[in-house]
Design a protein. Structure first.
Length: 620
């Protein structure tokens, strides 16, 4: 059978499956799967508050046990030797919830791994923060975060309101908790002192009581009280309709503890609503459950709707119509107090989760606009929303020519504010090659802008300036250099950069150089940590699709590398394996990676469709 015929049949298979899995409201709901942290937090919270939703604990516990590695650890990705902080979080969740006993075999294996790797003392600061909230780690380990930052106007670079949206959302409750030194723990709950190596924990209770008393006195001064009220107001103003804080499970956990520290009762409506919101983030599969940190329904639906149209479905198809209406209804119009530059501008963008109504971001907006372009050309009711979205998107371009995810013209100097792990990865939101490249591709493919346009020129200049010496680009929100390179090359090609341009040739040379021996592509999450390309132990479906799509964008006819890679893609995605489950989404370098369950459907379909469109008439 000719390769093109095989591609056509595979495209039909994807279309049929995606139509079957579409929800009644037009969306696609796939799991946004990450490590054990959200499951562990949820198990602890439900148990500590004696919530009526405790029946969720066994489902979460089974998922954790099934994810434990043979050496006792929990991993962030397959080629991870074991992740200390994730193991501590999973262990603590299983123990404090009562799902597991310290002397169970799997718990002894985890304990041995933790102690071999330096104990709790070597954990990430976010893990220590979680432990401190449950009186399992001493609060003195944290650097003080000055509350006065909440009083500084947002036109001052170091203001709280100039931090990235993600950090503002998380730090509002964190500021309260750090200054009140709040801890919540049931008297009957077990401790984890056996996981310390230095045994300094013996002074934990005395120090914690002294610090709590000190912080209570310090927080009572008028300036601090006013700042805490501002942080409280910021949280309450950013609670979504589902009860979560800005649609993040992690921020919602912190908010619940912060509200309890301020005197809210366990059964208060705001806390019960927050728990319901967290429960709604649960994705259940058979007898297991996972708490998604932020369900990716808008992102998934936009990407799938566009991919299906690239595969040949028209705007007359009911699946496309229903998806488009769903996306149109979720256009964000609500602007809340205390935002950064992006919220000071005209509303009209889209966010990541369907419950998010006031956190538009560039990547989701360009993805939705792609899906709605053909509707905007044909139907008046879509045209206004589409144009407003385009204006919002273009207005978010940074002065350096690139685009970031959430903020415009973020302040890099904020990185030096605090000596906190990963603060630089979250506090600021600089231009990113993946976001810039994908926005540029939208401008070329859907707005029909070319290299003669000033915005395009600025964007291309930024990409050229930020290309790595080996020819690649680093992608912030995907893994990692393959993702960034795919976005940059397809973006520049869409606005008319020649395939023979030295920048493009260098990128393609790099892609071919890193091709795996099996003819595919695969990149390790370690790239995100080391800030250089590290190959995965095997090719993955998603990385191979990205790499092939890049090559297709450059070559006028299929090459041997393209055809061989495509044959692999056709075979690998027929059955579930590590090739389709390896995390390819990035959250926090070294500590949070995402397996998008939608990605093995979206990116191969898009690549196959581009192959079919461009190479019709060629055969193997």
């Amino acid at each position: 059978m000719e390769l093109l015929e095989r591609v056509r049949l595979e495209i039909e298979r994807y279309i049929s499956r995606l139509k079957t899995e579409q929800q009644a409201n037009g969306s696609w709901k796939y799991c946004f799967e990450a490590g054990p942290v959200t499951d562990a937090y949820m198990m602890i919270l439900l148990s500590t508050l004696n919530s009526p939703d405790k029946e969720l604990i066994p489902l979460l516990g089974r998922r954790l046990l099934n994810k434990q590695a043979a050496n006792g650890s929990w991993k962030q990705y397959d080629d991870d030797e074991g992740h200390l902080s994730s193991t501590i979080e999973a262990y603590t969740g299983l123990l404090l919830s009562g799902y597991s006993d310290r002397h169970d075999r799997h718990m002894k294996l985890a304990e041995a791994f933790i102690l071999r790797n330096g104990g709790i003392e070597n954990a990430h600061i976010s893990t220590k923060f979680m432990l401190a909230l449950n009186r399992l780690y001493p609060w003195p380990a944290f650097y003080p975060i000055p509350l006065f930052l909440l009083h500084i106007p947002k036109f001052i670079p170091f203001s709280f309101y100039r931090w990235s949206t993600y950090v503002r959302t998380h730090f509002a409750p964190v500021l309260i908790l750090c200054h009140r030194k709040f801890s919540l723990r049931k008297p009957s709950a077990p401790d984890i002192t056996h996981l310390f190596v230095t045994r300094k924990h013996k002074k934990l209770d005395t120090k914690s009581r002294w610090l709590h008393a000190f912080s209570e006195r310090w927080s009572a001064n008028p300036v601090s009280k006013a700042a805490i009220k501002k942080a409280e107001r910021y949280m309450l103003q950013n609670i979504e309709q589902d009860g979560t804080l800005s649609s993040y499970a992690s921020a919602t956990f912190f908010m619940i503890y912060a509200l309890l520290s301020l005197g809210y009762e366990h059964d208060s409506p705001v806390i019960q609503h927050a728990i319901q919101g967290l429960t709604s983030f649960g994705h259940q599969l058979n007898d297991e459950a996972h708490i998604q940190n932020s369900p990716s329904t808008v992102w998934d639906t936009a990407l799938i709707c566009h991919s299906l149209q690239e595969a040949g479905l028209t705007t007359e198809d009911p699946a496309i119509q229903n998806a488009a209406q769903y996306l149109l209804d979720l256009r964000q119009r609500d602007l809340r107090e205390g935002g950064g530059d992006n919220l000071a501008r005209l509303a009209g963008g889209w966010g990541f989760s369907e419950s998010s109504v006031a956190i538009p971001d560039v990547d989701d907006t360009q993805a939705v606009l792609r899906a709605l372009t053909r509707f905007a050309d044909q139907q008046l009711d879509y045209r206004g929303a589409w144009r407003t979205g385009v204006n919002w998107l273009l207005g978010m371009q940074n002065d350096d020519g690139g685009w970031a995810a959430f903020e415009k013209n973020s302040i890099p100097s904020m990185n030096r504010l605090f000596r906190i792990q990963n603060f630089a990865d979250t506090a600021v939101d600089p231009s990113a090659a993946d976001v810039t490249g994908r926005t540029l591709e939208f401008m070329g493919s859907h707005l029909k802008l070319t290299m003669t346009h000033l915005r395009v020129q600025d964007s291309v200049h930024w990409l050229i300036k930020n290309q790595k010496k080996d020819g690649s680009w680093y992608g912030r929100w995907g893994i990692s250099y393959i993702y960034g390179t795919w976005a940059a090359v397809t973006g520049m090609r869409a606005v008319g950069m020649s395939a023979d341009h030295p920048i493009i040739r260098q990128a393609i040379d790099w892609l071919l150089k890193i091709r795996q021996s099996d003819g595919g592509w695969g990149e390790s999450c370690k790239s995100d940590i080391r800030k250089r390309y590290v190959p995965a132990p095997y090719s993955t479906v998603v990385h191979t699709a990205w790499a092939l799509d890049t090559l297709i964008a450059v070559h006028d006819q299929p090459t041997d590398e393209i055809d061989k890679g495509l044959i692999n893609l056709l075979e690998w995605n027929r059955q579930k394996s590590e090739r389709s489950t390896y995390p390819t989404g990035a959250g926090l370098p070294g500590h949070f990676y995402i397996h998008y369950h939608s990605y093995p459907h979206i990116w191969p379909l898009l690549t196959l469709s581009h192959y079919m469109k461009k190479y019709k008439g060629y055969c193997l």
